[in-house]
Design a protein around this ligand. Sequence first.
Ligand code: ZN
Length: 441
Amino acid sequence: MSQAVQKAYKIRAYLTPEQRRAFAQAEGATRYVRRRVLGEMDAHYKATGTRKSLLAMGREVTQWKQAEETLWLKDIPSDVIIQELRDLKQAFEHFFRALKTKGSGRKVGYPKPKRKSASGAIRFAFDHRHPGKVAGWTGKKVILPKLGMIKLAQPERLPVEMPKLVTLSRDSSGRFFISFSVRQMIEALPVTGVSLGVDLGLIDLAVLSDEARIPAIKGLKKKERYLRRQQRTLSRRQGSKKGEKKSRRYLKQQQKVNRIHCRISDARRDYAQKASRALIKKADVIALEDLNVQGMMKNPRLSKALSDAAFRLLRTCLEYKGKWYGRTVCYADQFVPTTKTCSVCDHRVEEMPLSVRTWTCPCCGTLHDRDINAARNILRFAVTLGEGEGAYPEARGGVNPLREGAFAPLLKDSVETRTENRLPRFREGHAPEDHDDSRVS
Ligand SMILES: [Zn+2]
């Protein structure tokens, strides 16, 4: 079985010095156009009380190219300017839509000018009707208007199909990437007949119900310590205080800090991609703990935010890969005492301190590894509770049938039904399209 998915790519690009200059110029131009368009729309509104359309603004931008002081706009790829206006149009649409449906969802602000920053991006809209004119996609090469051929780290990864939109971006440590998304057919992976419970932790990133372990990423602690040291150095440089002019040495140090940040997040993303791929390959059904609350409580002393981010990343990867490859990703309710319950006889102990790595069930005498037992419980409860009519959504609200007293009968029930091997109800997750299953190099 195969299905069409929107697959996102992000490939490292190497720009020549001229291309870097052209990029910086184009990026500056989009900021200029945005600022000026917003300014003139504002002025027009104040003077007349009516809104100027972006279509009209687009015509004006074309005229700017003829004006003496803005002749330089002619050197900017027109696709980039057009795309900036399109983005602006969308920003306005979002804003007005949010105004209409006030009180629901996120706050959307009025479109603002962009400030110059260490990272930036320009976007090229490719015209499919005249592929010859903008000539972007030829074989394994990307050619961007006014920039020419872009050297890529992995040209072999380029799909044949030309995307509608290509983004060229620079991250805060000065690396360039091209990114785009195309619709692609993805083959589901062969059925393995395996269901896995996954217990997320800090010593091991994941302990599985089949006793396998995925160790935590190595070497990260050292990198993080290094980062903290460099950040301290940065805070001593002139320019770190608000309102202070940033010194050269400050900017240099800032670049260094940015680079370490990028390296850490790359390593983490790479690792999550690999771990999730291994899990998806192995099992048809993957059960996780819901939310990260349990994971966080397991080790309150260690940096919560960091491990939390790692879990979330792994979870996100599992969710969209699961969708792609025909796997089921499900969750055990966060209030199920997965560590305190014996996965063999369902006996529940009162206390399970963090220091206990192995324990013997007082009821059935089974010797448990703490994490493997938890992983097995996660699998059992996610599978059986997930299928109950609406059992799950209510559990997330104020009334939680699984808590305390109400927990016991459900537990019994789940033990009886667990051999029936019914598939859990799939919980819709977020499958962000800006993720790629291959790593960013
Ligand atoms: Zn037991």
